[in-house]
Design a protein around this ligand. Structure first.
Ligand SMILES: Nc1ncnc2c1ncn2[C@@H]1O[C@H](COP(=O)(O)OP(=O)(O)OP(=O)(O)O)[C@@H](O)[C@H]1O
Length: 586
């Protein structure tokens, strides 16, 4: 419980002062709330001793009224200070998380963490944001109230004070066990919520495949099993928690009875006066009220603690270092891109071994080879989607880790096979390649990427919104828009993941023309599948099993027995097949 408070304070940053101030007002509120009990005792004693006067009556009445007003006032100030801080803290935390995620290696997003990120942002943060401040305010008020009650009992009689303290300590110890258990169950519940988020995302993203492969029944069942499991885990959580609450309730009752019996005993031994006994009789069931209220919040507290665990887990993920200070030279006599003895592993799995090659400015390098050989990984290392484990990668003689990530990204454009366009206008989708580009430059890029005509044929032209609720474009059209974006960016190095799936002939020739425009005067790394592209490369690397199996030009490699020769003959046969099929259909 105190752990949660210190965790919230730790993340509160500049709002810590407000929260601490709110604690002070919570304390005052508790004092004013309990003041009528003290005044009640004074009144009882005065009646008992026959010393009650009109003045004292008025003072006690006014004191009670004043304590009610001051209690409401302190509560109001504490609530305002705390709830505003809560929303600010979590708004800042979301920004920090965004900044943190921006610095994570791309690998983090592709390794099944999307469900976790969404559930941290949507479930965990929202839950804490909505609950934490009210819960902390309540908790502080209950803790202070209980302390005031104990002090009060010491004031009435030292033995009563000691026994009340012991009972409260026993309750705290039992509640600790309950918290430990609940924390374990709660993390099971949170993990299940993450699994469910993953399953829902998977279902929604894969709906096309699911339908075409007639898997709707199976996948829907998987999803509904997941919902049932989530339901089961939540019920289990409540069921495991209820017996603890019952035990605590019994102990609250027993505690009150013990205090009551002790008071009667003390009275019978002349160790306590009548007004105090009456006072204890009146308030005994209120004595453990605050601690009872405190632990009735424990379910929410536990869930919050495990939400905080998961938020911290994401924050603790290693960021990609971005401390580089070197500036890339405009011109350089050596290689534009150089891999020097590079090895790389995804976690434990080593997928690249001692890769070394040079690529000169404005030259084209083709990466070819069997699937899973490591071609995409080589390209990803150049963009620092991950960092190498051994060796180094240089651009114009500078280790890419020694230059700022933003400068590195300015140097490279990537044309992915899978195009992603934002739900925005076509214009904005292109201009994000270079946000300060003029309208003419955007149009020019669209013309070079062979997409100007089809964009202009749309009713809204460049202002057409793409995506949900907007225009639907073919795969080839989207690809050309993404190429226009790259053309506008005008980075000197292009990484091109050539499409394996064939698009229709018209689109294919437009895409080829767009790519040719993009590549003029650039240094190119192409993950190549088309024989024509490969033949034009200045250098070909055959990547197999994470190593460079062969390297050379097309003419050199076809003369060697090896993977490349086989690869070319397979490609030629397929192209022959394609030609025959086209001729037959013509
Ligand atoms: N994010 C990842 N996490 C773990 N392993 C990965 C990841 N991405 C790729 N791999 C593995 O690394 C190896 C190299 O994959 P890579 O995608 O670089 O090969 P590739 O030659 O580009 O294959 P393809 O031609 O099929 O795209 C493969 O064994 C692959 O399973």
């Amino acid at each position: 419980m105190m752990k949660l408070i210190s965790r919230i304070l730790a993340v509160a940053g500049k709002y810590q002062r407000n929260i601490r101030l709110a604690f002070l007002f919570s304390f005052l509120k508790s004092m004013f709330a309990k003041a009528p009990i003290g005044l009640g005792f004074i009144a009882l004693t005065a009646f008992y001793n026959n010393t009650m006067t009109t003045d004292l009556c008025i003072i006690i009445g006014a004191g009670m009224l004043l304590s009610i007003v001051l209690q409401a006032l302190s509560q109001n100030i504490a609530d305002r200070l705390q709830s505003a801080s809560g929303y600010w803290i979590f708004s800042d935390m979301r920004m920090d998380l965004g900044a943190h995620l921006r610095k994570m290696p791309m690998g983090y997003f592709t390794e099944g963490n999307i469900g976790k990120i969404s559930s941290v942002l949507s479930t965990d943060m929202v839950f804490i944001e909505e609950n934490c401040m009210s819960v902390i305010a309540d908790m502080m008020s209950h803790i202070f109230s209980e302390i005031i009650m104990i002090i009060f009992m010491f004031f009435i009689n030292i033995y009563l004070g000691i026994v009340t303290t012991i009972i409260v300590v026993v309750i705290i110890l039992i509640a600790k066990g309950m918290e430990r258990d609940a924390l374990k169950d709660s993390s099971i519940r949170q993990n299940q919520s993450e699994t469910l988020t993953d399953a829902v995302l998977d279902f929604v993203e894969g709906i096309g495949i699911i339908k075409t492969y007639n898997l709707l029944g199976d996948k829907s069942k998987e999803l509904s099993d997941n919902f049932k499991e989530t339901c089961r885990v939540s019920i289990q959580f409540e069921e495991n928690h209820t017996p603890w609450q019952r035990i605590l309730n019994i102990i609250y009752g027993m505690g009150a009875v013990i205090i009551l019996s002790l008071s009667l005993y003390l009275y019978s031994q002349d160790m306590m006066e009548v007004p105090y006994l009456i006072g204890v009789l009146l308030f005994v069931f209120d004595l453990l009220g605050p601690i009872k209220a405190l632990y009735s919040q424990s379910t929410r507290l536990t869930v919050m603690n495990s939400c905080m665990d998961r938020i911290e887990e994401v924050f603790q993920e290693q960021q990609l270092s971005d401390n580089g200070k070197d500036i890339l030279p405009e011109t350089y006599d050596g290689a534009e891109v150089q891999f020097d003895d590079v090895s790389f592993a995804y976690d434990e799995k080593v997928v690249l071994h001692n890769i070394s090659f040079n690529l000169d400015k404005n030259n084209m390098l083709a990466l070819v080879g069997p699937s899973g050989g490591g071609k995409s990984t080589i390209a990803s290392l150049l963009t620092r989607f991950w960092d190498v484990n051994k060796g180094k990668i240089q651009i114009r003689g500078k280790d890419i880790r020694d230059i700022k990530l933003s400068q590195l990204m300015d140097q490279i454009s990537v044309v992915f096979q899978r195009v992603y366009l934002f739900q925005d206008t076509i214009y904005n989708n292109i201009s994000m390649g270079r946000p300060d580009a003029s309208e003419e430059e955007v149009m020019e890029a669209a013309k070079k990427a062979r997409c100007y005509d089809f964009i202009m044929s749309l009713p809204e032209g460049f202002q057409t919104i793409i995506g949900e609720g907007g225009a639907t474009l073919s795969g080839g059209e989207k690809q050309r828009i993404s190429i226009a974006r790259c053309i506008l960016k005008d980075a000197p190095i292009i990484i091109l993941d050539e499409a394996t799936a064939s698009v229709d002939a018209d689109n294919e020739s437009y895409i080829q023309e767009a790519i040719s425009e993009l590549c003029v005067g650039k240094t190119l790394i192409v993950i190549a599948h088309r024989l024509n592209t490969i033949r034009n490369a200045d250098k070909i690397l055959v990547i197999a099993g994470g190593e460079i199996a062969q390297s050379g030009t097309h003419d050199e490699l076809v003369k060697e027995d090896g993977i490349y020769k086989e690869f070319v003959s397979v490609r030629e046969n397929t192209q022959g097949w394609n030609r025959n099929l086209k001729n037959q259909s013509a």
